[in-house]
Design a protein around this ligand. Structure first.
Ligand code: ATP
Ligand code: MG
Ligand code: MG
Ligand code: MG
Length: 439
């Protein structure tokens, strides 16, 4: 993409409404525009990162054997009357009437609807296990929408639902989600710690939240510092292997890590004092096992191998896709701007032409652009007439992992400058060597 043809409305001034750094940087980098409290337009660069996050979520869910579908944002109230949640959910639910005076709602989550799909089409244990998920906009009329996309009213969530014949199988689905989530967050450059949590309005017995440590997080967290060093890495996972998946979960959930809702001082006291940490975290996901809480009232049953009818065992599992943009920026920025992890960056590399209109510099930039594009990378080429300082400031603000700076002086010696956004280190290389390093 050439910057002269793109739509990147960066702000020079700090927007007064933003209280935390991720919100400030998303506004300054021209990624989002607020349309109403907690409701945003996603401008091209924000939309690109959102799509990258979505892609990683899809890839890891499919790897775990989970199946994507798409349910609507609007739902009939009657489904929620069946589960009893229509009255319970309270003011966070946006309720709407259609022209026939039928009660509708903008879905805050989809347990009822997916249970309805399941009961319409599945009746035998032979069709299990089954996990269906979608990535769809949700609406929750939050009392205090704030911090930009971190607590929106309209927000993008991945929500998945497992259907299993018995509790051990449902707990395996729970574990599968935990491991797939760990990999998902790691690919985004994040350390998200599974913490014992409280089940809230979804209800159920077993639940973990995934928290990214950040001083601006809304949850208070208590943990053994050693959990922050655990990494899944690229070890091979066989998602059908119950023992292996359970062992990974055990590895990540044995050290103390809890949110304030389940925190227990007496157990925490058993953690060696030098490892005992109290901090704040951003909830970027949550998994629940809730058994037959929805299948029973809604009549979602299956026939077992023995021929009896049982309500299907379920759980639900969510990732805050749009909130992740804020969480990633909170975890990865400096005083000049965003530092995108490679996995989610909107463009792989910036190209800065120090002297637009200089035939040699223009030709060298075009060549680098073509070389990067040829191997499937997406560069952002600042081909505008802005002065060098302004171009550097924009590149630092939008946080692409690499910048290649091209100017007539360097080209005389056959070199361009390659700069890493993360370390700030620069080196002079031939254009070919610079491209090779970025690839
Ligand atoms: P919170 O405690 O922050 O209100 P929640 O526990 O109500 O979140 P869940 O029902 O667990 O949310 O939804 C799954 C995920 O969706 C959350 O872990 C979070 O990452 C994301 N999420 C929830 N509410 C919002 C929101 N208002 N804006 C953006 N993301 C959200
Ligand atoms: Mg909430
Ligand atoms: Mg919560
Ligand atoms: Mg939650």
């Amino acid at each position: 993409m050439r910057l002269s043809r793109y739509f990147l409305p960066v702000l020079k001034e700090n927007p007064a409404e933003a209280q935390i750094v991720s919100h400030r940087l998303m506004l300054r980098a021209g990624m989002i525009k607020q349309q109403a409290a907690g409701i945003y337009s996603w401008l091209p660069m924000g939309f690109k990162v959102l799509k990258n996050i979505e892609r990683i979520v899809h890839e890891e869910q499919i790897r775990a054997g989970h199946i994507p579908l798409l349910m609507p944002t609007l739902q009939p109230a009657d489904l929620w009357r069946e589960s009893g949640r229509y009255d319970d959910y309270g003011q966070e639910m946006l309720r709407i009437k259609d022209r026939h005076e039928r009660d509708m709602l903008y879905g805050p989550t989809n347990e009822e609807m997916i249970t309805d799909i399941f009961r319409s089409h599945v009746s035998s244990y032979k069709d299990l296990p089954l996990t269906l998920y979608h990535i769809q906009w949700k609406f929750r009329d939050e009392v205090r929408p704030r911090f930009g996309v971190m607590r929106g009213r309209e927000f993008l969530m991945k929500d998945g639902y497992n259907f299993d014949v018995d509790k051990p199988s449902a707990l395996h689905a729970y574990n599968r989600h935990m491991v797939s989530y760990l990999r998902t967050y790691e690919r985004m450059g994040l350390t998200a710690i599974p913490m014992r949590a409280d089940s809230g309005p979804i209800g159920g017995d077993d639940t973990h939240e995934f928290l990214v440590l950040a001083s601006t997080g809304e949850s208070e967290v208590f943990y053994d510092d050693r959990v922050t060093a655990l990494k899944l890495g690229d070890r091979a996972i066989d998602y059908d292997d119950r023992d292996q998946v359970a062992a990974v979960c055990k590895e990540f959930t044995t050290l103390y890590a809890r949110t304030d809702e389940t925190h227990d001082e007496s157990v925490f006291a058993g953690v060696p004092e030098e490892n005992r940490k109290v901090g704040r975290g951003i909830e970027v996901g949550q998994i629940f096992y809730f058994g037959t809480k929805y299948s029973e009232p809604m009549g979602a049953t299956v026939q077992t191998a023995e021929g009896t009818q049982v309500p299907v065992e379920m759980g639900s599992h969510g990732i805050g896709v749009s909130r992740l943009l804020g969480a990633i920026i909170e975890a990865s920025h400096d005083d000049k701007g965003i530092i995108w992890p490679e996995g989610v960056t909107p463009f792989h590399c910036g190209i800065v032409n120090l002297k637009q209109g200089d035939a040699e510099a223009d030709a060298a930039c075009d060549k680098i652009y073509a070389a990067l594009t040829a191997v499937g990378l997406e560069p952002l080429y600042d081909d505008t007439n802005e002065r060098a300082g302004g171009k550097f400031a924009t590149m630092d603000l939008i946080g692409l992992p690499w910048r290649i700076t091209v100017g007539p002086r360097g080209l005389k010696n056959g070199v361009v400058e390659l700069t890493s956004r993360r370390t700030g280190e620069s080196e002079e290389l031939s254009p070919e060597a610079a491209v090779a390093k970025v690839v």
